[in-house]
Design a protein around this ligand. Structure first.
Ligand code: HEM
Length: 150
């Protein structure tokens, strides 16, 4: 249980913390200091590294979550509504990430390879909106999960 819980928390921390850093710290500074072609390539490089970790995380979160539910709590019937809600929002976040990865992120890479800067900028904007959605959902989960204990 403690291993599953530690892996679960670590995965949530890296995912939500990574999105927070990208959105709140890196995005405004990159937009202020870098011209679009350089900025778009920076983001492609950053996503290339971060998304590898996110793939590991979107595997680890449900595995560790269901491990706790079925081995510690002996099934879905014995967990509180906050865990049901976490599961629902968690799958929504995972779905958003998979869509983001296979749709606007692949288009961003293709458009950058072909030097289609305005099209790539549109893709980045779409990715930004989807990351904003996932960051908000991630913060909501952490608030629900932590406050439901009291
Ligand atoms: C995808 C399906 C998910 C399942 C099945 C799941 C399941 C669980 C379970 C069973 C617990 C332990 C609850 C307890 O015994 O107190 C837990 C805790 C937690 N989960 Fe998830 N989870 C999922 C997704 C997520 C996601 C996406 C995040 C955040 C991005 C997250 C963040 C947390 C946090 C912060 C805790 C600790 C809460 C506490 O200390 O009470 N979970 N989760």
């Amino acid at each position: 249980m403690s291993i599953a819980f530690s892996l679960h928390l670590l995965a949530a921390l890296i995912w939500v913390g990574g999105m927070f850093f990208a959105y709140v710290a890196l995005r405004p500074v990159a937009a202020q200091q870098l011209e679009p072609p350089v900025r778009l390539k920076l983001w492609q490089g950053v996503f290339n590294v971060f998304f590898k970790w996110v793939w590991l995380i979107v595997f680890m979160l449900p595995v560790s979550g269901y491990w706790m539910i079925f081995l510690e709590h002996q099934g879905m019937a014995n967990v509180g509504s906050s865990v049901h809600l976490m599961q629902l929002i968690g799958w929504l976040m995972i779905g958003i990430f998979i869509f983001l990865y296979f749709s606007p992120y692949q288009a961003l890479k293709k458009n950058l390879t072909n030097e289609l800067i305005p099209a790539a900028a549109n893709n980045l904007n779409r990715i930004r909106q989807l990351i904003a959605a996932n960051l908000s959902l991630g913060i909501i989960i952490v608030l629900i999960a932590s406050t439901s204990r009291y």
